[in-house]
Design a protein around this ligand. Structure first.
Ligand code: XIL
Length: 324
């Protein structure tokens, strides 16, 4: 590790990144991952659409490759993700009954978690379960799972994962908790309600993933995040930062200024968490600005490249790397 990476929340929190498996063939990319990362996660390869594009036929080669890379380099591979509304193959979107939904969800989770039992320790079991604009009547995000099974699919997914690997760390992962908005407040409340319900029913659940796709232009709701994390910790749950990046489409162009603002935003977020509890890991959604989802989803009007990640497009550490 470099002096920059060693700064991670007083050096105590393992840093990691989401990985595009094909890019590992690029020596600069794989060297950066080896240098900085103690934990990695597949950016896409372990989603349903990749693992089970054809019903009943699983494609494990890319994941196996990633796992071998991780093991060779003493890096931990996390699993992402077992139940999500998105990245579903067409056949799964067409599931048409509760029985079919239950069968397929259980089969997928059982097969995938079972295969990597003892080798993948931590799983994002359900991703983004809460609605974008949750109301007391409709707190959950629409998905093929919710439509056919109701919110019980969350419990089903967690119980199935636990049965497939009883020593795995089971995580619920979600986003936008840190925004200074009513929507984010509603999201935190809906999420806590869900978690309390699961805990009261003794559903296996061990940690919460805060994605942390921060918006460069809006301040982090630090008190909101701190009390949210405190409530989750009080329930005995670990805290993971799972997808950190700083979306910079609304930030000024000049790089020096922009990189400072980006680092400051991440510092706000990590301090708000760190003032309450030490996160178990801090994972950014990619390692270098060369490979990031941000320009596709949040491209800049001025045509300048986005800079959401800790390394620049030449794999040089930026100010953000000092923060994490
Ligand atoms: C994103 C990938 O980065 C993109 O390449 C893909 O097109 C869409 O998914 N929250 C998540 C991640 O949990 O899985 C998403 O990843 C980003 C938002």
């Amino acid at each position: 590790a470099t002096p920059f990476a060693a700064d991670a929340l007083s050096g105590a929190v393992p840093y990691g990144a989401a990985i595009r498996i094909d890019e590992l063939a690029d020596i600069l990319y794989s060297e950066a991952v080896r240098t900085y990362c103690k934990v990695i996660v597949a950016e896409g390869a372990m989603k349903w659409s990749d693992l089970q594009a054809v019903r009943g036929s699983f494609t494990f080669e890319p994941t196996d490759t990633l796992l071998a890379f991780a093991q060779d380099n003493d890096i931990e591979l996390r699993g992402h993700t077992l139940a999500w509304y998105a990245a579903l193959p067409e056949w799964a979107e067409r599931i048409s009954s509760a029985e079919e939904a239950r069968t397929e969800l259980v089969h997928h989770i059982d097969t995938v978690v079972g295969r990597y039992k003892g080798r993948i320790r931590s799983w994002d079991v359900v991703n983004e379960a809460i609605a974008e604009d949750p109301t007391p009547d409709a707190p959950y995000r629409d998905s093929v799972w919710l439509r056919h099974l109701g919110p019980d699919y969350i419990e089903l997914a967690l119980r199935t994962a636990s049965e497939a690997d009883s020593s795995a760390q089971l995580v619920l992962n979600d986003y936008e908790f840190e925004q200074p908005t009513d929507q984010a407040r509603a999201k935190r409340k809906a999420f806590l309600d869900m978690v309390r319900g699961l805990k009261s029913r003794n559903v296996p659940l061990h940690a919460i993933g805060l994605q942390g796709h921060l918006r460069g232009e809006s301040a982090v709701d630090s008190p909101g995040i701190s009390s949210f994390v405190a409530e989750l910790s009080a329930l005995g749950l670990g805290i993971l930062v799972t997808e950190l990046d700083v979306i910079d489409d609304q930030l000024p162009g000049p790089i020096e200024e922009r990189d400072k603002l980006i680092a400051a935003r991440a510092r706000e977020f990590l301090s708000a968490i760190g003032s309450v509890v030490r996160p178990e890991i801090v994972v950014t959604w990619g390692v270098s600005d060369q490979h990031t989802w941000v320009p596709i989803w949040f491209s800049r009007q001025d045509g300048l490249p986005n800079r959401p990640l800790p390394l620049d497009e030449n794999y040089q550490p930026k100010e953000l790397m000092r923060v994490i």
